[in-house]
Design a protein around this ligand. Structure first.
Ligand code: IMP
Ligand code: MG
Length: 182
């Protein structure tokens, strides 16, 4: 199994700065809550909030657990356990690593809306170009990518590769059997 670099560290950090600037343009006078979806978004969120701080946007930051993937496959179910009442009356930006089927964001978006926020925006670093059964409004997109399994910069394959500083594509070598966790 090989990992091919797909989006470089340099491209990512420039994109994160650009997203931070766009968030500032739309939210310059409001107090923002960042709602980051664990685990995949932890590195993106850390970089994004530091870029926001540099341009004088100082959001509150909350993390939520959501899990829908097992290995390469979406299980089709999303679990969210946390109480979201803290979003009431606030400007919320949901920060997610990647939009794939959209199930995670759809579920979370609906949960946030039930808790009466002032506004909700969605920010994803990666947007997989594939068909989806529903539309969710995405306000900030880092990179549109083909429908391939990617790792690095927070994203895992069975909990491995989250610390990779760039985003890579896993390539299966011919005749190789995938073993859980590699
Ligand atoms: P969705 O609910 O299908 O949109 O998937 C969302 C979650 O699945 C993301 O937050 C990721 O954690 C994970 N995921 C989706 N695609 C990939 C991928 O290509 N690599 C690693 N994780 C992924
Ligand atoms: Mg995720």
């Amino acid at each position: 199994m090989k990992i091919l670099e797909f989006i470089s560290e340099y491209e990512i950090i420039n994109k994160v700065k650009e997203i931070a600037n766009n968030i500032k343009l739309k939210n310059s006078n409001s107090e923002i809550i960042i709602l980051s979806i664990l685990k995949g978004s932890f590195i993106f969120t850390a970089d994004l909030v530091r870029e926001l701080f540099k341009i004088n946007i100082k959001p509150e930051i909350y993390f939520l657990n959501a899990k829908s993937y097992d290995g390469f496959n979406s299980t089709g179910k999303v679990k969210i356990n946390d109480n979201l009442s803290f979003v009431s009356g606030k400007h919320v930006i949901i920060v997610e690593d990647i939009l794939d089927t959209g199930l995670t964001l759809k579920k979370l978006y609906e949960e946030v809306l039930k808790n009466n926020p002032e506004s909700v925006e969605i920010c994803v670093l990666l947007y997989k170009q594939r068909s989806r059964n529903f539309n969710i409004p995405i306000d900030y997109i880092g990179f549109k990518i083909p429908d391939k399994f990617v790792v690095g910069y927070g994203l895992d394959y069975n909990e491995k590769y989250r610390g990779l500083p760039y985003i890579g594509v896993i390539e299966k070598v011919k005749n190789e059997k995938l073993i859980n966790g590699l």
